[in-house]
Design a protein around this ligand. Structure first.
Ligand code: GLN
Length: 312
């Protein structure tokens, strides 16, 4: 509330929020028709520490679709379900240097380069099990919800829109099926992947999800161990090298934290043991990452000395 005393961190966040709001480059994602009408001025920053303190400024309660920020969480669940060896046989852990929707399949085997690009993400979705009467998708949704610490839901409108317009993802899934990387019927896999991309979150949810990764897979507020430590370690490693696609090298140099962007305008960054950061701002750069998300992360990393080299 406006009359509550504000902490130095909140004052700092307010200051950089005002400054970075001046950045007006980029355009919101338009390839999924149902996402085209977002307000480009929405801008929220949320920071959650690994011990559960939360700081926020701006439009942190505004909901948007998680999109590719879903990928590390589904990858983590696939690792927990199948074991690292079985997942590694299907998806590599090498940065492709390509954009998120590139084919990036190994010649001969069809193995995707990593689980952060669409080919690897579709494969990871296919590896999550349904169990005990709970469908594959509901296990995915329940896992995201446990990371966030509240029950999340799907935007049917965005889901249907991408199901109709996401031709390349349909093609990718069938190509992966032809290589036996995806071993089941590709159609339900595509649907579950689009559903996971259409999970609605706000910046606060994403900060809690990031803080749960920072806290070795345990949600700092609920105390729930959502993912085992070995899987968390692997997820953060792949986020560090591949999470920002063809911008991953520049990102790790300037921000120095494992991260993931999504075309819904969300960005998360994780400093293990310390903090999860989330930014929401829809206009995207050429890599499909939020312009203000990148600028804010660079700024906060610099000012708070969160770059992994400095933070050590
Ligand atoms: N649903 C989008 C797709 O698969 C997600 C892309 C992204 O956020 N980079 O194309």
């Amino acid at each position: 509330s406006p009359s509550a005393p504000s902490s130095p961190i909140e004052n700092y966040l307010r200051r950089i929020h005002t400054e970075i709001a001046e950045l007006r480059d980029g355009k919101p994602y338009s390839s999924i028709p149902a996402m085209a009408n977002v307000d480009p001025d929405n801008f929220g920053i949320a920071l959650a520490t690994a011990d559960g303190y939360v700081y926020e400024i701006g439009d942190t309660r505004e909901q948007f679709s998680i999109q590719s920020i879903s990928k590390p969480f589904t990858y983590g669940l696939a690792l927990a379900d199948r074991g690292m060896e079985a997942v590694d046989a299907k998806v590599d852990v090498e940065p492709s240097g390509d954009s998120f929707n590139e084919m990036s399949l190994a010649e001969g085997t069809g193995r995707p380069a990593n689980a952060m690009i669409n080919a690897g993400a579709l494969t990871a979705t296919s590896l999550v099990r349904g169990s005990g009467g709970v469908t594959r998708f509901n296990r995915i949704l329940n896992t995201y919800s446990a990371f966030a610490g509240r029950q999340l839901t799907v935007s049917e409108r965005i889901y249907r829109s991408e199901l109709k317009s996401g031709h390349r993802n349909h093609a990718l899934a069938y190509l992966l099926r032809s290589f036996d990387i995806i071993e089941s019927d590709p159609t339900p896999v595509i649907k579950d992947y689009f559903r996971q991309c259409s999970v609605m979150v706000n910046a606060l949810d994403l900060a809690m999800m990031a803080a749960t990764l920072a806290n070795s897979g345990r949600n700092p507020l609920s105390g729930d161990q959502v993912l085992d430590i070995a899987s968390v370690e692997r997820v953060l490693s792949v986020m560090a090298t591949c999470g920002m696609y063809d911008d991953a090298g520049a990102w790790l140099s300037s921000v120095g934290m494992p991260a993931k962007s999504g075309v819904g305008g969300g960005t998360i960054a994780v400093l293990p043991g310390q903090v999860g950061l989330a930014v929401y701002s829809p206009p995207l750069d050429a890599h499909g990452s939020s312009v203000r998300g990148v600028a804010t992360s660079q700024r906060i990393s610099h000012d708070m000395e969160l770059h992994f080299v400095r933070a050590a």
